[in-house]
Write a protein that binds this ligand. Structure first.
Ligand code: FES
Length: 986
């Protein structure tokens, strides 16, 4: 049919199908700012303004919008001049991955058109229909308030941090007295005193790093280097390209939790007009692999093939179709007849390890399963000292068991990949991945191609959070392009993203400790049953990290980890931001709170007595390394910690003393309401020592700008920005002179990828080293141009090289001289970095709750997280990481849960049913950045990306205990679970 649409003031004559959604039509017309998030309008990513009102373009037919005006963000900027809304989103750091940003900005436009003077509550309400998995909504709300002010004619406010003094004595990294006296501020307003900040909304508190020099770029709240393309809706993501002749793929997924495939009749599909390929286990070679995006060699067992003759969960792969349209592919999928032999299934590790349980991997070509008959993929054991002796000698022994559940990462952009042959007949895979280099290496043998014939391009990613640390669908599009010779596109829909991508490992965790009466921990045993679902993709490494995290936070002379990683028939767990840490920390911090209570000790004093401090070794770490080799043999030692300060800052921010005040904890007008406060101590890692490696390459351009090429993968975290800041700091130029490119296996140096909180630390050090190499070459050129005998004393600053005698030469002149004029050469350098250290960031997480004892409803009133991540490279992006991470962690502890029927079918595989927090539901949140100086990190930095995931769930459970006296050892804290616990325990 032919329709005419008014889009951004222009009339468009469009040919489309009667059933085409407005989303599809707008994207086919090149309006790429309209994003796919789901088919039911429940992400809001596809929002447009129709006659000025926000409408989800995925749930309205294009033909219904004839005669109405459609507005997208492509209309907002005038050339390079941004609209005040776009400008506010850039300056406030409201953009992380940017996938939801167009919809948020249109929601902002709708609000401010009607209400030029909104409250924060109005702003949250306006954003309530647009889900964001990255930001925690704090900075988008701030952007709305900022845009409103500017539109009203007020001056733009300076977006900065709220610099405050430390509350405790903070030792230097070497343990000497740093004294807090010779403090030099980094970032912030920088006067070393409490500033009288009157922001339009709350800004993160920022604590000085002691004894650090002032820097020009590092530590400053620079705007993101990728912000412009995202606020303008430029084509940046995987799907934002048009390819002639592209085919569309759809998958047939298993309806059974466990079954053998006896036969597949695909004749009807094969003969359907428009179908170009149908692939399944009877026509694709059987090559074994493990899909986790990890370093070579991937941990065994290799228990997967592209298409297997057995399915092991509801949602497992059965077949793939490539066709001219999505509709033809979907229709073809429905015609494929599969004969199954349905087998008994098992869903919990407790059942799966029993004698006689269904054997999930009974095939004879999967090697290195620890005990296939009992479905145990791995048995991990590590012991320091002698825990049994420790229990025998301690004054008290306590033992409690905890259960953590299965959740999904839910990036708003689902998995998507497009593959095609290039002119040199190399296979290009354009994919939303955190691990482009791993994906290339891993997909090559499955496709029967050498690595050299594959190029993986990672464009902008709409969120990852670990779910894209996997070689997940790249093999499918690759197989289909090889079979058809055509470009092939495969995008998972929202239900497929839930069921057939990756999730977080459920675990049963038992802690047993021996404790002396004074509170000293003598012996800790951690026993874990980890549920790795039907494949062990990240089974070994996630559970290993669980042990590392669970046995590193507190000192004890004796400790032991005993873990079985167990196959079951649930959808596949994999990497999820935190990577085993959130599971461990829920159990550990709940447990420590309970032991303190049993001993009659103050919980903070009990934890402070035992938690690790500067100079303490982590003796279990060498026994729980990742990868096949023992990467680290030396016992690591803590070199920096701001944990005491984190605890002090958090106590003040949450007003901790209220937890002892019965008048505050109860409400005479509402006797069924109880209030409580809870705390969790958090400690994470920074990269995988001896394993994670990053490379960087830097070259100068004619105008004195620099290209920085990195294999690191910015998922929206801001890593491109902090890497640019590091390069700029070394090269003496502003961040805008650094042109970042990441990542493309043909163009950029190798990087293991974005995971394990490694990018700032590992890739940052690679960038710093490469920039230092370039700096030396620039100094040599400056010495040549200024007729100096030596480079000594030459300083790069303000886009110039300054000689000690006062002469100077601009970066542009240096570039032109070097490239065109005399003794020509390309100023460039390449460096890589791997660390044998993994310095822990620390944090104190506080939560305030109200519990309705009649219904079990837990209302989270406030979250405070004080984080020591070393020197903060960019306080805006860092605080954004904390805010977004805390909200994901809040969902984990409070409301998110994958729910199944007794046959293994997920019952809530849409975002309307699987609840993630929306803007109008958020508690008050506060972030405090406690700086320390990590001697092993670039500019003193440690990691920040994952630690916000660790503490919210246990802090909530501990707050519920403070409120009600009821201890809950399972999450999420749904009304049913809390009400049952109150009923049972009272
Ligand atoms: Fe909102 Fe990523 S910035 S989904």
């Amino acid at each position: 049919m032919q329709i005419t649409l008014d889009i951004n003031g222009n009339s468009h004559n469009i040919t489309c199908q009667a059933g085409d959604s407005l989303l599809r039509v707008l994207r086919s017309e090149g309006f790429f700012s309209i994003k796919y998030g789901s088919d039911y309008g429940d992400t809001g990513a596809s929002a447009v303004l129709i006659d000025g009102k926000l409408v989800n373009a995925d749930v309205i037919l294009a033909s219904q919008t004839e005669g109405h005006t459609i507005t997208t963000i492509e209309s907002m900027a005038q050339g390079i001049q941004l609209d005040p809304i776009q400008d506010a989103y850039v300056r406030t750091g409201a953009i992380q991955c940017g996938y939801c940003t167009p919809a948020m900005m249109l929601a902002t436009k709708e609000l401010l058109t009607d209400n030029p003077n909104p409250t924060e509550e109005d702003a949250r309400e306006a954003l309530s229909g647009v889900l964001c998995r990255c930001t925690g909504y704090i900075k988008p709300v701030q952007a709305i308030m900022e845009a409103a002010a500017v539109i009203r004619g007020e001056d733009p406010s300076e977006i900065d941090v709220n610099v405050v003094h430390p509350l405790t004595f903070m030792p230097d990294h070497d343990g000497d007295d740093g004294g807090g006296v010779d403090v030099t501020p980094i970032g912030g307003s920088g006067n070393g005193t409490q500033t009288d900040v009157k922001p339009r909304t709350k800004l993160p508190k920022f604590i000085f790093a002691p004894q650090k020099p002032e820097m020009d770029v590092v530590g400053k709240p620079e705007v993101k280097v990728d912000a412009l393309k995202l606020v303008k809706g430029n084509p940046a993501f995987v799907d934002d390209i048009e390819m002639r002749g592209m085919l569309h793929a759809k998958m047939l997924w298993s309806p059974h939790a466990h079954a053998r495939i006896i036969s597949i009749d695909d004749s009807e599909a094969q003969n359907m007009p428009g179908v170009h390929a149908v692939l399944h286990c009877f026509n694709v070679p059987r090559i074994k692999y493990a899909s986790g995006g990890q370093s070579y060699p991937n941990p065994k067992p290799y228990d997967q093939v592209s298409f297997d003759n057995k399915v092991r969960y509801v949602g497992d792969r059965v077949a793939a179709v490539a066709a001219e349209t999505v509709e033809i592919a979907e229709a073809a999928i429905k015609t494929i007849k599969v004969e199954y032999e349905v087998l008994p299934a098992v869903f919990t590790p407790e059942d799966a390890i029993k004698d006689g349980a269904p054997i999930i991997h009974d095939e004879d070509d999967t090697e290195h399963i620890h005990d296939a008959e009992h479905n145990i993929s791995h048995h991990i054991e590590a012991e320091v000292g002698n825990v049994e002796k420790g229990f025998a000698e301690a004054d008290h022994v306590f033992e409690y068991t905890y259960h953590v559940h299965q959740v999904q990462q839910t990036p708003i952009e689902p998995h998507i990949a497009i593959s095609y042959w290039d002119a040199d007949e190399r296979l290009v895979i354009r994919t939303s991945t955190q691990v482009p280099f791993h994906a290339r290496r891993m997909v090559a043998p499955l496709l029967g191609l050498p690595v050299r014939r594959i190029r993986v391009i990672k464009p902008r990613i709409g969120g990852g959070f670990g779910v894209k640390q996997e070689m997940l669908i790249e093999d499918v599009v690759g197989h289909l392009t090889i079979a058809t010779g055509r470009p092939v596109r495969l995008e998972l829909d929202r239900a497929e993203e839930f069921i057939s991508s990756r999730t977080r490992h459920p675990q049963t965790v038992t802690y047993k400790t021996g404790v002396n009466s004074d509170g000293q921990l003598m012996s800790i045993k951690m026993t874990v049953l980890g549920n790795t679902g039907p494949y062990a993709t990240h089974g070994l490494t996630v559970q290993t990290v669980t042990g590392l995290r669970g046995l590193s936070t507190y000192n004890a002379p004796n400790m032991k980890f005993d873990c079985k990683v167990v196959y079951t028939n649930i959808p596949v767990p994999g990497a999820y931001r935190g990577y085993g840490g959130p599971q461990a920390l829920f159990a550990l911090e709940n447990y420590m709170d309970e032991v303190a209570h049993q001993l009659g000790l103050d919980v903070i004093e009990f934890k402070q007595l035992n938690y690790v401090k500067v100079g303490d070794p982590l003796p279990i770490a060498p026994l729980l390394g990742e990868g096949e080799a023992d990467n680290v043999s030396d016992v690591p030692v803590i070199l920096s910690s701001g944990l005491d300060e984190c605890v002090a800052q958090g106590m003040e921010a949450i007003d901790w003393e209220r937890r002892y005040d019965d008048n505050w904890r109860t409400d005479p007008d509402r006797p069924h309401i109880k209030r409580g406060l809870g705390l969790a101590i958090c400690m994470h890692g920074t990269a995988i020592p001896g394993l994670d490696m990053g490379g960087a390459s830097i070259k100068i351009n004619d105008d004195g700008s620099f290209n920085v090429l990195v294999g690191a993968t910015d998922l929206g975290t801001g890593s491109d920005t902090v890497l640019a800041q590091m390069a700029a700091e070394i090269l003496g130029v502003p961040t805008e002179d650094i042109l970042m490119y990441s990542s493309d296996t043909d163009m950029t140096p190798f990087d293991t990828g974005a995971y394990a909180s490694s990018t700032t630390y590992i890739s940052g050090m690679a960038v710093k080293k490469a920039a230092e190499g370039v700096r030396e070459q620039i100094k040599e050129r400056a010495a040549l141009m200024l007729s100096l005998d030596t480079t000594e004393g030459i300083l790069l600053k303000d886009r110039h090289a300054h000689a000690p005698d006062g002469q100077h030469v601009s970066m542009e002149a240096i570039a032109l001289h070097s490239l065109h004029q005399d003794q020509q050469r390309q100023i460039m350098d390449t460096a890589s970095y791997v660390s044998m250290e993994s310095p822990p960031p620390f944090a104190a997480q506080f939560a305030e709750v109200e519990v309705d004892t009649d219904t079990g409803q837990v209302t989270v009133k406030k979250l405070v997280m004080a984080v020591d991540a070393g020197v903060i490279i960019n306080p805006i992006t860092a605080s954004g990481q904390v805010e977004g991470g805390m909200v994901q962690a809040l969902g984990y502890g409070h409301c998110e849960e994958m729910v199944y029927d007794d046959k293994g079918h997920m019952l809530n595989a849409q975002l309307g049913d699987y609840k993630i927090y929306a803007a109008h539901e958020m508690p008050d949140m506060e972030t405090i950045l406690v700086q320390t100086v990590e001697p092993s990190g670039p500019f003193g930095a440690k990691a920040i990306a994952e630690i916000p995931k660790d503490g919210v769930a246990p802090a909530l459970a501990n707050a519920v205990f403070n409120a009600t006296g009821v201890r809950i050892r399972d999450i999420p804290l749904t009304p049913e679970r809390v009400w049952q616990a109150i009923k049972t325990q009272s």
